[in-house]
Design a binder for this molecule. Structure first.
Ligand SMILES: NC(=O)C1=CN([C@@H]2O[C@H](COP(=O)(O)OP(=O)(O)OC[C@H]3O[C@@H](n4cnc5c(N)ncnc54)[C@H](O)[C@@H]3O)[C@@H](O)[C@H]2O)C=CC1
Ligand SMILES: O=C(CO)COP(=O)(O)O
Length: 343
């Protein structure tokens, strides 16, 4: 199969991850626009060639063009969406009418929309349906264990890109792959999106356990049983079970539950150390998607009748003020089960 060459890419969202992806592509010699929703931020990126707030120390090469003009998407064959989930729909709705035929739209976002409980590719599909473009557009997702800071520093990293259409997955795979950034392809879009979003919830739980002073046994139990919950939810939504042992599943779950760079784990750590959620969030400069996604996935799991006890306890800690220690105790007090039981 011939792989379509992407000549220009727009990275929409100039936070840590959008900036790291733009730098990755720029360093590879690709033509890239990096869009920020704030004009003064786009101007600072242009002036400094560095994102001082979200990715300090990483130099943006000259072929990365910072901009606040969303119309650049009409010149691109690939649009990487890296706006946090709470702002995703609004930004996508603005750019959707400007897209040209055969563009690949890739969500690099790890969250589920609160009101609709939709994944980001579902949000894009909704918005495209509303305007009825009639154009052939491909909707995909990029995920995997990839802290922005490490990607910007050129640390060997492996991730996955999924599209229902294999040819689109292959062309984005080729676009993003470099000597240190290895991209696998998949067709399991929903599986990758559910893993990406739910791993943030389990990372908050793992941070809580660390903050309470529990040890490595507790963390490993949360990772493993967390993976069982994520798999149950994903499979119910039509995902392939093996996706959850891949880079976007187990890989990202381990990274986020153990890595000190994780914002989600950090929020959990602060909660476990006795801070309130507003206090913990006030101390963060970057987005921790798991906070909102806990609510969306809690409602999604209830709606679908999927048992997710770690998610449920995390929800109660975040949104009902439950004591962290009690939440762990209640997880352990549940009726005894067979390991492979679906509950
Ligand atoms: N930072 C990382 O290591 C990775 C992050 N991700 C995912 O990428 C997504 C973006 O995260 P980061 O870049 O890390 O966030 P960040 O907190 O570093 O930056 C967020 C960016 O979004 C902008 N923003 C905030 N609200 C907005 C709105 N309503 N509309 C438009 N723009 C808005 C901010 O100005 C900022 O530029 C998240 O879903 C995250 O889970 C995925 C892989 C790695
Ligand atoms: O998704 C990530 C790495 O793969 C980043 O995780 P945090 O958002 O918790 O920092």
């Amino acid at each position: 199969m011939e792989i379509a060459k992407i000549k220009k890419t727009a990275v929409i969202g100039a936070g840590s991850w959008g900036t790291a992806l733009a730098k990755l592509l720029g360093d590879k010699g690709e033509q890239v626009y990096l869009w920020s929703h704030r004009s003064e931020h786009a101007a600072a990126l242009l002036r400094d060639r560095e994102n001082k707030k979200y990715l300090p120390g990483a130099r943006l090469p000259e072929n990365v063009q910072p901009t606040d003009d969303i119309r650049v998407v009409s010149r691109c064959q690939c649009v990487l969406m890296v706006v946090p989930s709470h702002g995703y729909r609004d930004v996508f709705a603005r750019l959707a009418p400007l897209l040209v035929e055969d563009t690949s739209l890739v969500s690099a976002v790890k969250g589920i929309e609160i009101g609709t409980r939709h994944t980001m590719t579902q949000v894009m599909a909704d918005e495209l349906q509303k305007i009825g473009t009639g154009k052939k557009l491909y909707l995909g997702v990029l995920s995997g264990p990839s802290f922005a800071e490490e990607v910007a520093a050129g640390q060997p990293t492996a991730v996955t890109v999924a599209f229902k259409e294999q040819h689109a997955a292959r062309s984005v795979q080729h676009l993003l792959s470099t000597a240190f950034f290895r991209v696998y392809s998949s067709t399991d879009v929903i599986g990758l999106e559910i893993s990406a979003s739910m791993k943030n919830v389990i990372a908050i739980a793992a941070g809580i356990a660390d903050g309470l002073g529990y040890g490595l046994n507790t963390r490993a139990a949360l990772i493993t049983r967390g993976l069982a919950e994520i798999t149950r939810l994903g499979v119910k939504l039509g995902a392939h079970p093996l996706t959850f042992s891949g880079l976007g599943g187990l890989g990202d779950l381990v990274l986020t539950c153990t890595g000190s760079l994780s914002r989600n784990r950090t929020v959990g750590l602060k909660l476990g150390q006795g801070k309130s959620l507003p206090q913990a969030l006030a101390e963060m400069t970057m987005v921790a998607e798991g906070v909102k996604t806990t609510k969306s996935c809690f409602n999604l799991a209830k709606e679908l009748g999927v048992e997710m006890p770690i998610l449920e306890q995390t929800y109660q800690v975040l949104y009902e003020g439950k004591d962290c220690k009690l939440a762990v105790e209640e997880l352990f007090k549940r009726s005894l089960k067979e390991e492979m039981e679906m509950g």
